[in-house]
Design a protein around this ligand. Structure first.
Ligand code: AMP
Ligand code: ZN
Length: 135
């Protein structure tokens, strides 16, 4: 993907602060971070979002998230950590190459990952949704 910024980072066409690289993944610092240590984990294979991730990739990604989280904790001693991952513009995705954010958090920081609570969902629509999706 020539016009994908993360593919270009993976190909070393543009610089990034790399924390870890292996055959399948790159772990880099976010260039526009919420704070020190805001980290991105990306597969080297260009896939747009979570729905395109295959099971084997997920099996490798999960321990990498945990390993990275531990190293961030050791280095920063943060108070909390958000692990999040945006899929689609409506969800705030701006780079359409799958990535997970690791966002170190400190008490009283003003990073905002909260949502307004929707209070007008009807019980029937929730029940119908559960019937549709339950597996
Ligand atoms: P998202 O909104 O979930 O798609 O996140 C994309 C993230 O990529 C944002 O947090 C950006 O700050 C980050 N980003 C954009 N360009 C670069 C870059 N060249 N190097 C590192 N991070 C970047
Ligand atoms: Zn890409």
């Amino acid at each position: 993907m020539d016009d994908c910024i993360f593919c270009r980072i993976i190909k070393k066409e543009i610089p990034a602060r790399i924390l870890h690289e292996d055959e399948d993944f790159l772990v880099i610092l976010d260039a526009f971070p919420s704070g020190l240590g805001h980290t991105l984990i990306l597969p080297k294979r260009h896939i747009p979002d979570i729905l395109a991730l295959d099971g084997a990739e997920l099996e490798r990604l999960a321990p990498l998230i945990k390993e990275t989280a531990g190293r961030l904790k050791d280095a920063l001693g943060f108070d909390g950590l958000n692990v999040l991952q945006n899929n689609g513009p409506a969800a705030g995705q701006t780079v359409f190459h799958l990535h997970a954010h690791l966002i170190p958090r400190w008490e009283g920081d003003r990073v905002n990952v909260k949502w307004p609570v929707k209070k007008d969902l009807r019980d029937e629509e929730i029940d119908e949704f559960v019937r549709k999706v339950k597996f």
